[in-house]
Design a binder for this molecule. Structure first.
Ligand code: FAD
Length: 446
């Protein structure tokens, strides 16, 4: 049925492109409600995706275990799994290794497959085109379906793209996709590293290098030099959002958030906003969204996507040792030399500073969303079947996650789920948000 090179038709009702958390858990829910699917993933490691395929057990979840159930309405599911599989680390308030979470998702997928045999058809391959409700794979296979869901996750970073590349891969000292398998293997134990980006990926990479025995120094640069804030040891009680916070001009709402944060706790304010973020985003006009993205987003990201307290302490220890420095400024130019990289930069404040040098440059700038040049979505946009949202954050979608065509008509056969749906929902990155959206997509497909 899945023969390579031919035009085999593996007809199923829904074709899901991407077998990470979003795609796998959608396939599982669809199977439970009686809808068959073909789950297509280029890695073949169904259920893991980028976030949960890390082999390093020091990479912890950044959401507490009791919030990480994969199933909407069954809040204890992940904690129950931990209790069965890792009873010594089943504290609901703790942050479990991401690797374990991957196994949990895989167990859930396999469990549903065992109960509903034949409803999920796993296919390892690269989807290269969506035509109608048919998906074409790079090797020529064709998956016929009644609807297609794009659950392709976050793309690799784009800043350190080919213009920075060395003359050949053996001399290339720019690590453009730090999540690519073996990407860090070339970094020697004593090598100094220049990192562009000071967010979650930077934190992951520095800790991973450290665990691999690296003892060099790193300097990480971003425009504002902001780092993810830390969770407290215990759950942050949500602050109920006030009217002032929810209505009126953005500047007044920001002032209200600051006042509430000072009066109680900023973490509580963020937790209070979390369940209604998608609604607030949907209600905002394009100008408000644009102001948020331009001015507030870096602050939102570091307060909203927090790291476990133990991870934060490990990063602080590296800073205290003088092995990690965070600087704020703009990249002016990056050159590769025989010895490594030289990054010329302009500090955000204060006088000019010397160039940053290291043996390697790690691009930790985060996902490089660009649906217009993506091989899968670019042609959909070019043909008018899809369009970019006004801020070019991603494909324009309706409230159900259906792709809007050039004329604004929703396509009942084409959906987006997970991080690429951010133009419509903003926060659709973490598990608690995705599992809710998952139910909405299931509902729409039903
Ligand atoms: C490093 C990291 C840590 C994170 N930690 C947490 C956390 O602790 N808690 C939390 O709630 N969230 C976390 N997240 C957020 C994370 O985005 C979600 O939890 C979730 O994993 C997203 O899953 P996804 O399936 O949408 O995307 P992905 O995990 O990116 O999976 C997409 C899959 O689609 C495949 N694919 C893409 N294009 C094609 C194609 N054309 N053909 C075939 N296959 C394709 C990819 O290979 C990949 O396997 C983290 C994210 C990252 C990157």
């Amino acid at each position: 049925m899945n023969g390579r090179g031919g035009e085999a038709d593996v007809s199923k009702r829904v074709a899901i492109i991407g077998g990470g958390f979003s795609g796998s858990m959608l396939a599982a829910r669809l199977a439970e409600v009686g809808i068959a699917s073909t789950l297509i993933d280029r890695t073949g490691a169904f259920g893991l995706g980028v976030a949960y395929s890390t082999p390093f057990d020091g990479h912890l979840l950044n959401v507490r275990s009791n919030r990480m159930s994969a199933i909407d309405g069954r809040s204890d599911d992940f904690v129950d799994w931990l209790t069965a599989n890792h009873p010594d680390r089943a504290d609901p308030e703790s942050f479990a290794p991401r690797q374990w979470y991957g196994r949990y998702v895989q167990d859930r997928l396999a469990g549903v497959e065992a109960v509903h045999p034949g409803r999920i058809n796993r296919l390892t391959g690269v989807a290269v085109a969506v035509e109608g409700a048919t998906v074409r794979l790079a090797d020529g296979r064709v998956v016929g379906a009644d609807a297609v869901v794009l659950a392709t996750g976050n793309p690799a970073p784009r800043t350190a793209e080919p213009r920075l590349r060395g003359p050949d891969s053996t001399t290339d000292r720019v690590i453009g996709d730090p999540w690519a398998s073996g990407a860090l293997d070339r970094i020697g134990a004593a090598d100094d590293v220049v990192i562009v980006g000071t967010g979650l990926t930077m934190v992951d990479m520095v800790l991973w290098l450290q665990a691999k025995g690296w003892r060099g120094r790193a300097v990480a640069l971003s425009r504002r030099g902001l780092m993810p804030r830390s969770h407290l040891a215990h759950h942050d009680t949500p602050t109920v959002p006030t009217d002032e916070l929810l209505r009126g001009p953005a500047s007044r709402r920001l002032a209200a958030a600051r006042r509430l944060g000072e009066a109680a706790s900023w973490r509580g304010v963020m937790e209070g906003l979390r369940p209604i973020t998608a609604e607030l985003w949907a209600a905002a006009d394009t100008a408000t969204r644009a102001r948020f993205v331009r001015h507030l987003r870096p602050w939102w990201d570091v307060h909203r996507h927090r790291i476990a307290d133990s991870i934060s302490s490990a990063i602080e220890a590296l800073e205290a040792e003088g092995r990690l420095a965070i600087v704020a400024g703009r990249v002016r130019r990056i050159d590769q030399t025989a010895d490594g990289v030289v990054l010329d930069w302009r500090p955000r404040r204060g006088p000019e500073q010397p160039v940053l040098t290291g043996r390697w440059l790690l691009d930790c700038t985060g996902p490089g969303h660009d649906p217009a040049s993506d091989p899968l979505t670019g042609p959909l946009i070019a043909s008018g079947r899809a369009r970019l949202d006004p801020l070019r954050l991603g494909l324009d979608l309706d409230a159900q996650g259906r792709v809007l065509g050039a004329d604004g008509t929703p396509d009942p056969r084409l959906f987006v789920l997970g991080p690429p749906a951010r133009a419509a929902f903003w926060e659709t990155i973490a598990v608690p948000d995705i599992r809710r959206r998952n139910e909405e997509v299931v509902e729409a497909l039903l």
